[in-house]
Design a protein around this ligand. Structure first.
Ligand code: NPG
Length: 369
């Protein structure tokens, strides 16, 4: 079995409501889905978590399309489809983890489907369902935040994450903690603060948060060490963690005591598992981040979140958190949890009519034709 073709779908999917973070606002998800087609006619799927602009990291959708066509696909010519060989073929190309993750996941999905093995069993999942948290964007007002959080609590989410930025921090977090004294609560700044703000971050210590996510710029390792020393609340890096080595450094330096693992950010599920395994060895808890995935990306993330070291609820929310209509059968929250798919590969398929209705462009790249 060889990889014959990469079909790259670009979709535009309206969000149920705009999602605002400290780096920008998303109203329509500009998402790239990679379909890997093998010589045996097996189709595998991988989602690219780039946004349309380089706000979260330096990658964005146009850069991903370019690098997939001009660099990743050519590097796979003549390469075996087994997951380690495919990953090794892309390793000499620097950066672009989200584009690599999309391509490698599509290949991995096809490879697993051909072997009739689920992604969860391949990765070493130990749970059949995972606890789900929800990420709450920055709304127009405190009243709107309360309304949003009330709706997610009513839906059964097991943990609330509040996005924050300078000017939107102590007051909203205090308000939600006062309203929900016992709910697991955490915040995410997406790099919006500086070392000067560390005393302000330490004021969150009274609010019994699970963690403060990526308060400082991704390159500011020493700043995160200072924040960790100043705050009783655990600091958790997200954007800074790209490899096993960066996770190792974060933990050993005392910059981050908990690690957010996002397969897109780290270049795929093999890398995500390697980071998980290393964090387990070091005794550091991990949780699965999210990037507004469709059902395709969500299925794979839920399988990852079923590994033993994922001891905190992830940003693995249900389809209806973001989409009125998902491109797969929807993921539905049951008692605050999602079920881990058990079918071959990622265990879900796109709904062809729904997907084609949302498609804005398709690029076909012959690999070993
Ligand atoms: O539930 O899928 C989700 C999104 C969770 O807040 C979330 N993601 O910084 O972690 C983040 C943020 C994000 C969104 C990152 C979009 C990148 C793109």
């Amino acid at each position: 079995m060889v990889l014959e073709l990469l079909r790259v779908h670009r979709l535009a999917i309206p969000l149920v409501r705009p999602f605002r973070t400290s780096f920008g606002t998303e109203s329509v998800r500009d998402v790239i889905i990679v379909e890997a087609i093998t010589s045996d006619g097996v189709h595998g799927w991988g989602e690219c978590s780039t946004m349309s602009w380089p706000g979260y990291s330096s990658e964005y959708s146009e850069s991903a399309l370019h690098v997939i066509r001009h660099h990743l696909a050519p590097a796979l010519a003549g390469v075996s489809m087994d997951p380690d060989s495919a990953q090794a073929a892309l390793t000499p190309l620097r950066g672009h983890p989200m584009a690599k993750s999309a391509v490698l996941t599509a290949l991995l999905d096809a490879w697993l489907r051909a072997r009739d093995q689920s992604l969860g069993s391949f990765l070493g999942a130990v749970r059949t369902e995972v606890d789900c948290g929800v990420s709450v964007g920055i709304p127009a007002s405190l009243d709107a935040l309360v309304e949003d959080v009330d709706s997610y609590v009513a839906a059964g989410y097991r943990r609330i994450k509040l996005k924050m930025e300078p000017g939107w921090d102590l007051e909203p977090v205090r308000a939600i903690r006062a309203r929900y004294p016992d709910i697991p609560l955490q915040t995410d700044a997406n790099q919006a603060y500086t070392r000067d703000d560390i005393p302000l971050l330490a004021q969150l210590d009274d609010l019994d948060l699970l963690l403060i996510e990526q308060p400082l710029p991704e390159e500011d390792w020493y700043g995160h060490v200072l924040a960790s020393r100043a705050c009783a609340t655990p600091i958790c890096m997200d954007e800074s963690i790209l490899t096993v080595e960066s996770a190792d450094s974060a933990i050993r330096l005392g910059a981050s005591s908990i690690i957010n693992i996002k397969p897109g950010r780290v270049g795929g599920y093999l890398q995500a598992k390697a980071i998980h395994d290393h964090c387990v060895e070091l005794g550091a808890p991990v949780w699965c981040g999210g990037m507004l995935e469709t059902g395709l990306g969500r299925a794979a993330n839920v399988a990852l979140a079923a590994l033993p070291g994922f001891t905190l609820p992830g940003d693995t929310s249900a389809s209806n958190r973001y989409y009125r209509e998902d491109i797969t059968e929807p993921f539905v929250l049951k008692d605050g949890r999602l079920s881990v798919p058990t079918g071959p590969g990622i265990g879900v398929d796109p709904l062809p009519d729904v997907m084609s209705g949302m498609t804005v462009a398709i690029d076909e790249i012959a690999v070993n034709a």
